[in-house]
Design a protein around this ligand. Structure first.
Ligand SMILES: *Cc1c(COP(=O)(O)O)cnc(C)c1O
Length: 398
């Protein structure tokens, strides 16, 4: 992360540079730029003495390899100086469940924002509850008023900034201040912005996790998760990873590592194209509202400007009321926008969603059909032309 400056003193390089330089050791790789993909379970010890003393850089496949170390080093460099360690998991959801199991025990209480990823809620309601951990959901706009929801047993607050369907922006520094005063940890699902655009560990978050399936992988070809923790939280995370046996397959580790090398250019393009498409959609007569914190009109814009250095390519729109068959006609007409779950790859996606059925702390009533779009790396004029055809089909089907 640090390299000598002109005066010989270490300087902090910019994030784009760190993404290229971190986690590389060409000498150890016989000159090759990238590390090998270590497929391995057994690691051999040279002598009985080494074996008895557990003296080895690597001890067992589950506990890491030079390939996993390279990815962990890149993520550490990206998160910044607050990051004390990075855990790797076989999916984003596994990163969330491992994190929540790390910080709770029977009798504890956690606070989870009402716009959290739905499978996160399912884990809290379906698994944590079985082990005697209670969950209270809160309005993402709550800010410092979250104080009134704290109990003596509250161990953690989980936020998602912004929520990946409805895009409300929680005030993380305000929430973190209250949580820390009460001795609780703050967990941030930082998948939308990645640590490149949102250094959440610098803003008071203790554990920042990624569904690396999305932008870190970046090519819709892996399931992966990462857990970055500060010095306070890392011992809990690393212990639980060991006890649970959480690890990821070497080929996926390698693809996640490869994704990090181009993250800065990909995200810069998702940011530009996403904002351009969001503005274009906001001006369409068929669209009632665009949910994108990067737009000046968005209720979360001030927080986004303060706490983020960019936006990704994911946002939602609320259509003016039309029958479902008209929405379906749009979906069946667009061609560049594929219909499917997940996001963060190079390709554009569109999917209908509805938060109404599962929210408990806030009421979701957008007033019209809702669609989530992922703006990929295609040319934006082609994307506009594709949606133009979709809107024409929507109109014809009313
Ligand atoms: C996709 C996603 C996850 C889960 O990641 P998987 O790799 O699909 O398990 C978690 N949080 C958010 C915000 C996501 O979008």
């Amino acid at each position: 992360m640090k390299s000598p400056g002109p005066d010989g003193k270490p300087t902090q390089q910019q994030a784009e540079t760190r993404l290229v330089t971190a986690g590389r050791d060409p000498k150890a790789q016989k000159g090759f730029v990238n590390p090998a993909v270590f497929h391995g379970s057994t690691v051999l010890y040279p002598t009985a003495d080494d074996l008895h003393a557990h003296r080895a850089e690597y001890t067992y496949g589950r506990h890491g390899s030079p390939t996993t170390r390279a990815l962990q080093d890149v993520m550490m460099a990206l998160e910044g100086p607050q990051c004390a360690g990075v855990g790797l998991a076989p999916s984003g959801l596994a990163a969330i469940s491992t994190t929540l199991l790390s910080v709770t025990k029977a009798g504890d209480h956690v606070l989870v924002c009402d716009n959290a990823y739905r499978p996160t809620r399912n884990f809290c309601n379906g698994v944590l509850s079985r082990y005697g951990v209670e969950t209270t959901y809160f309005d993402p706009a709550i800010g410092a008023a979250i104080e009134k929801l704290f109990k003596p047993t509250t161990r953690a607050v989980l936020v998602e900034a912004p929520g990946s369907q409805s895009f409300e922006m929680p005030d993380i520094p305000a929430i973190a201040e209250v949580a820390h005063a009460r001795g609780a940890l703050v967990i941030d699902d930082n998948t939308w912005a990645t640590p490149l655009f949102h250094r959440s560990l610098d803003l008071g978050v203790d554990i920042s996790m990624q569904a690396a399936t999305k932008y870190i992988g970046g090519h819709s070809d892996i399931m992966f998760g990462t857990i970055s923790a500060n010095a306070r939280a890392w011992p809990m995370i690393t212990e639980t990873i060991r006890l649970l046996g959480v690890c990821a397959g070497p080929d996926d580790v390698y693809l996640a590592l490869r994704g990090t090398r181009t993250l800065a250019v990909r995200l810069a393009q998702h940011h530009r194209s996403g904002l351009e498409m969001a503005r274009w959609l906001a001006a369409r007569p068929e669209v009632a509202r665009v949910l994108h914190p990067g737009l000046e009109s968005d209720p979360g814009h001030a927080i986004w400007k303060r706490d983020f250095t960019g936006a990704s390519g994911l946002f939602s729109i609320v259509l003016k009321p039309v029958p479902q068959k008209a929405v379906d006609a749009l979906l069946d007409t667009v061609d560049l926008f594929g219909m499917g779950f997940s996001w963060g790859g190079f390709e554009s996606l569109i999917i209908p969603f509805d938060c109404e059925g599962y929210r408990t702390a806030t009421k979701w009533s957008p007033g019209g059909p809702t669609l989530r779009l992922h703006i990929g790396l295609e040319n934006v004029d082609d994307l506009k032309a594709d949606l133009d055809r979709g809107f024409a089909a929507l109109k014809a089907a009313q």
